[in-house]
Write a protein that binds this ligand. Structure first.
Ligand code: KG4
Ligand code: ZN
Length: 346
């Protein structure tokens, strides 16, 4: 089954063609990062306009690159939530038009489920159940992936997402947007014990997390140094900050593995590219009898291949929309939320 997949939830316009959920025939991406960089973050209105300009050409490019014709496409999958609403709408409307014109099923895909599914592309042998640490610009959670379309959230950040904090701290340090990767690079030569930063334990659920205190502490430290004219050791600050984020995530993942007895742990989302988190996770689970799945960096960030991968399993589960499909800025990753969205259509 060839799925034409569309992703436009933030600042990457992407169209992919994925066969049977696992084989990526092509993944065409038009990144807007350079454009938003001058503003220090994504400007939603500009993002929507650029998606409109890029999306049709990318779909044409995807067909051209694979040598497939429109008749070879069996279904159209699209990120319908969550994301910048204007941006998501562009993808949803394009996908609706494509599905209507091709007379093929339209499959709504939750962006975070897509990130998790990036692991199916990287690891053809991976099948649920498994645990997944989701760390992106907007989400941080530990998910129990019980089946391809059935998941439970064990814990989540109660405030900021990890990626948001990486970006904010990087911005204040003068690094270009999105700062996560630059901060990670700077951290390589730093001493992670030089600056003391908090690791918070919010609420009663041991899997819940909080990053806003860490973000504020790091920003205060930087601003204070600037005010008193103290020179900061930037690599060490980046290393200390990365360690604090990793220390918030990794022990919770270990606890979740022990408590659930799951023998597979995957990682997903843009922040899954972070070298410190990847290293710490590998080390922490070494003594446990678990298989670790770390997708390549190219599959961590936003792309449409992951939407095509998850789209295949949503289709198999009967999650198909019609021309009334809406876009949503926020929506839970859980199955009930998708069922609700499909119910709204009816
Ligand atoms: O998943 P993603 O591409 O978009 C969302 O769905 O949000 O994640 C983007 C986030 C940004 O915050 C970016 O700075 C962060 O992923 N990121 C990183 C690294 N590479 C990307 N954060 C830390 N270390 C990295 N190496
Ligand atoms: Zn994403």
């Amino acid at each position: 089954m060839n799925i034409l997949a569309v992703e436009s939830s933030c600042d990457e316009t992407a169209v992919a063609i994925v066969r049977d959920g696992r084989e990526v025939l092509t993944d065409c991406i038009a990144s807007q990062v350079e454009l938003h960089r001058i503003y220090g973050g994504v400007v939603p209105e500009i993002a929507s306009r650029k998606h409109i300009e890029a999306i049709y050409g990318l779909a044409e490019q995807a067909l051209e690159k694979t040598g497939l014709t429109r008749q070879d496409i069996d279904a159209v999958a699209v990120t319908y939530a969550p994301g910048l609403i204007g941006a998501v709408l562009v993808g949803v409307n394009f996908a609706k038009a494509a599905a209507l014109a091709l007379d093929k099923p339209l499959i709504p895909v939750h962006h975070i489920r897509g990130h998790i599914a990036a692991n199916y592309i990287a690891y053809p042998e991976l099948k649920p159940p498994f645990l997944c640490l989701v760390v992106s610009g907007g989400h941080t959670m530990i998910v129990d992936v019980r089946d391809y379309t059935k998941m439970e959230i064990l814990g989540t950040s109660l405030d900021d997402a990890a990626g948001e904090c990486f970006d904010k701290v990087a911005r204040v340090l003068g690094m270009p947007y999105p700062g996560g990767a630059a901060l990670d690079k700077a951290a390589q030569t730093g001493d992670d014990t030089k600056y003391s930063l908090p690791r918070s334990k919010p609420g009663a659920n041991p899997y819940d997390m909080s990053f806003s205190g860490l973000k504020t502490a790091a920003l205060n430290l930087i601003h204070h140094a600037q005010q008193v004219g103290e020179e900061l050791d930037i690599p060490s600050l980046c290393a200390s900050f990365s360690a604090a984020v990793s220390d918030t995530l990794v022990p919770r993942v270990v606890q979740a593995i022990k408590q659930t007895g799951r023998d597979k742990i995957a990682i997903a989302g843009g922040v899954a590219a972070n070298s410190r988190i990847r290293k710490d996770l590998l080390e922490a689970v070494q003594k446990l009898d678990v298989q670790v799945y770390l997708p390549p960096l190219s599959l961590c960030g936003d792309n449409a291949a992951m939407i095509g991968a998850q789209g295949y399993y949503e289709y198999q589960a009967g999650n198909i929309a019609d021309m009334h499909l809406n876009a949503y800025a926020t929506k839970s990753v859980l199955g009930e939320a998708l069922a609700e969205s499909l119910q709204e259509i009816k």
